[in-house]
Ligand binder design. Structure first.
Ligand SMILES: *[C@@H]1O[C@H](CO)[C@@H](O)[C@H](O)[C@H]1NC(C)=O
Ligand SMILES: *[C@@H]1O[C@H](CO)[C@@H](O)[C@H](O)[C@H]1NC(C)=O
Ligand SMILES: *[C@@H]1O[C@H](CO)[C@@H](O)[C@H](O)[C@H]1NC(C)=O
Ligand SMILES: *[C@@H]1O[C@H](CO)[C@@H](O)[C@H](O)[C@H]1NC(C)=O
Length: 451
């Protein structure tokens, strides 16, 4: 669903959007001046009931001229040693998908449960594989109008990718100014899907600020990207079809005709492969396997039907008055929360982020490029091709990476401090499908260990 927008670019006729959202505009009349965030000690529906067992803060930071752009964030403190653990600024894809989704369906501390009915408030449980166990995370709603982020003055606001990256850099400087105790922690930027474009641009903007000696100086170490869009090539789905053939989703005849097809018909074929009945999740083939893979933890939270319904469940919960109040969302500012605000008036000027990777590597920033191998949108094939095309020499060539002697995936490390990690049996949003393996991958990489 993060891809609805991306696919729209490729087709003159508009594809049916997976996410129908009713956008209610209620813009902010008063201009608030609260600088820092607020603690959230309790959230409705979180099981077990009581105070949250992790530290959460939410807030807005104004950026741009007269702080017209109000960016909303959720800060989750590391559950290990927040005073020294790294901080990751996480930006979800779309563009226009709320980072709250990463926090509750992916790598954050919470997971929605499968609702018992359609009328009571959805409940959430703790994610045993939350990446916040080893690092602090700032989940940022970017670009503006994503989630609870809003513009103070104009309804017709249009923003583009370059401006957005500088807004994110300003955001993080202001956040660190307010949270000065974290200024010396290692700092990373992460994201997935469309954020393959956004993240390198944000890192470049932060790096430009460091070069210009903007204060506070950020202890920028690197970035990580999952199944990220890097090169937006029009109407080229060859990698998708090849991946689908590799997973035996297509007969050899179907594969040949798919590769030969050009234009709109290909989109139909792509749609058939990637939605509904035909959607292929290699490891998600029933409760028995789920239980084995998740080792008995929160199996209910990974029900595949839940993943399809997740947008509905999340917006039902998020737009409840008690939740809005608990999250300190400003009344009368911004729009009704939507998992992905698509289409967003967002101008894309950058369609290939390889020059950004090349620049950032020159400065010695480290990166983790990970890829769930069964993703038919942003395939491992295309990711392996572009990482190789940077022409950096290989420090450690292709080898399996293991968890308890089981092959979790394959990895390769380049001389530009870039690590590529493939995750077997995973998909576009890898930590949702293979949470245990992705957690271990992240923990090793962020701790400078070998995968
Ligand atoms: C909830 O609503 C959906 C569609 O709106 C329906 O298909 C489903 O059966 C309902 N579930 C319950 C438990 O009422
Ligand atoms: C890469 O760095 C060079 C030199 O600092 C700069 O001129 C160029 O704009 C940068 N490229 C990108 C994509 O940021
Ligand atoms: C990048 O790699 C070089 C050489 O291997 C190393 O000296 C440097 O510390 C690395 N940078 C980071 C940020 O890890
Ligand atoms: C990498 O090498 C190939 C083959 O020599 C060349 O065509 C390409 O332009 C190089 N790419 C970069 C980013 O230097």
């Amino acid at each position: 669903m993060l891809f609805a927008n991306l696919l729209r670019r490729r087709s003159s006729s508009s594809l049916p959007l997976l996410l129908g959202t009713v956008v209610v505009l209620w813009f902010c009349s008063s201009h608030h001046v609260t600088a820092t965030g607020s603690k959230v000690e309790y959230l409705p529906g979180v099981q077990p009931e009581g105070p949250l067992p992790f530290e959460l803060e939410t807030g807005y930071i104004g950026v741009g001229e007269s702080e017209d752009i109000q960016l909303f964030y959720y800060f989750v403190k590391s559950e290990s040693n927040p005073s020294i653990d790294p901080i990751v600024l996480w930006i979800s894809g779309g563009p226009g998908c709320s980072s709250f989704v990463a926090m509750t369906e992916e790598l954050g501390p919470l997971l929605f449960d499968l609702p018992k009915n359609n009328w009571s408030l959805p409940t959430l449980s703790l994610n045993p594989f939350s990446w916040t166990k080893v690092a602090s995370f700032i989940f940022l709603e970017l670009p503006v109008r994503t989630g609870f982020s809003y513009v103070k003055s104009s309804k017709q606001y249009r923003v583009n990718d370059v401006e957005t990256s500088y807004q994110a850099a300003e955001f993080i400087r202001k956040w660190l100014e307010d949270h000065f105790q974290y200024q010396s922690n290692s700092f990373y930027v992460g994201g997935d899907s469309y954020s393959g474009i956004t993240v390198p641009m944000v890192v470049q903007a932060i790096s430009d600020g460091i070069d210009a000696r903007f204060k506070p100086l950020i202890n920028l170490k690197g970035y990580l990207i999952g199944n990220g869009v890097t090169i937006q090539a029009d109407n080229n789905f060859d990698d998708t079809f090849q991946t689908a053939r590799g997973f035996s989703l297509l007969s050899i005849e179907q594969y040949k005709s798919a590769v030969a097809c050009k234009g709109k018909d290909c989109l139909d074929e792509l749609g058939r492969l990637t939605t509904g009945e035909h959607y292929y999740w290699p490891n998600v083939v029933g409760e028995e396997n789920d239980a084995k893979r998740f080792r008995g933890y929160n199996v209910h939270a990974f029900d595949r039907h839940l993943i399809f319904k997740a947008a509905l469940i999340a917006s039902q919960w998020m737009n409840h008055d008690n939740v809005l109040e608990a999250l300190h969302v400003r009344k009368g500012c911004g729009e009704k929360w939507a998992k992905c605000r698509i289409p967003l008036h967002y101008e894309r000027t950058v369609h290939d982020t390889r020059p950004y990777h090349a620049n950032l590597s020159t400065k010695g920033y480290r990166s983790l490029i990970y890829s769930g191998n069964a993703d038919l949108y942003v395939t491992s094939l295309s990711t392996e091709r572009w990482t190789k095309s940077l022409n950096y020499s290989i420090i450690e060539d292709w080898r399996p990476w293991l968890i308890n002697n089981r092959i979790a995936g394959y990895t390769r490390t380049f001389s530009n401090n870039m690590t590529y990690a493939k995750i077997l049996g995973s998909d576009h949003i890898a930590p949702t499908i293979t949470p245990a393996d992705c957690f271990i991958m992240f923990k090793r990489w962020i701790s400078h260990e070998q995968l």
